[in-house]
Ligand binder design. Sequence first.
Ligand SMILES: *Cc1c(COP(=O)(O)O)cnc(C)c1O
Length: 362
Amino acid sequence: MSASPAELVRRWVREDIRESAAYPVAEAEGFVKLDAMENPYEWPPDLKSRWLENLRQIEVNRYPHPSPAALKDRLRTVLGLPDHVQVILGNGSDELIHIIALMLAGEDRVMLAPGPTFAMYRITARTVGLRYAEVPLNTDDFSLPPEAMLEAVEKHQPALVFLAYPNNPTGNLFDDKVMCDIIERTPGLVVVDEAYAPFARMSFASELGKYPNLVVMRTVSKLGLAGLRLGLVAGPEAWLAEMDKVRLPYNVNALTQASVAFALEHFDVFTSQTEAIARDRSEMLTRLRALNSVKVWPSAANFLLCQFPKGRGPAIYEALKERKILVKNLQGAHPALADCLRVTIGKSEENNAFLEALAAIL
Ligand SMILES: *Cc1c(COP(=O)(O)O)cnc(C)c1O
């Protein structure tokens, strides 16, 4: 055996994986971090002490509970999901996207989504071997084009459809009637991804049970617990039982289970934080629109999508970075996102720093 690792990789690793790039995460040390839709607020000190005290009871020598019923019940109640729906937990909703795609993957099967949307759908489709089909959103307001969507459903007969509600990175809520039409016409499973539910006050949770092919996905990440990695899918038992077979047995670790359970006992803290973020979003929208060389779309999430004059987006991104402000550069991510940057709503002082830096750059 004298082959080098690189030669072995070339021989054995799937070509589509070798030719793809890993999900890029920017180095953020020392930056005002407005790139990843995190809740910027820390926990009050007394809450933090009680949480740490709570963690003392965990026996990390033991495996975590494989399917923590009390935590699921609590999540269902606090997140406003109907009592009758089943819940499956994942290591972030990213893992659940993976589980669902794996469960449905097969020769010539299609995952369909409108675009631009959350990048992980396409990445996951590639990893598991699903064909990915995208329907372009309307370019003016990123709304769903009803005819094009239904035609794509008819043509591809998708095994899986993802609808992010609100959508990332565009921030808008799609028309719920159009979504219902899509759900009705889709032969396979439709996942309504409500990662930004804490900022949206709109949800498809009330539709669960009305359609045999609808599940709703949530996460605690954007609420304020991104570091814990916990997401969930709510929906009919028949679907969730199959997802459970693909899920790895101990996918949600003991520290996460205990920490989320503790955080949910103090849900009011997170509610007031997300309300503050939603208020700051309106203020930021107004102030950004006052800078007249920026186009900003309205948002039901904790970020705003901004577009700059033709050709200037990447340079503005770099200039912000030089001033130690990190946002998400969407240039190249999708044809509809040329010269677009996505900025997460941070603390007031962070938002001010961003706006001042941007005004100076422009
Ligand atoms: C951030 C995001 C997720 C990922 O959430 P995690 O639970 O942190 O994995 C899922 N869907 C959308 C649309 C997102 O923007």
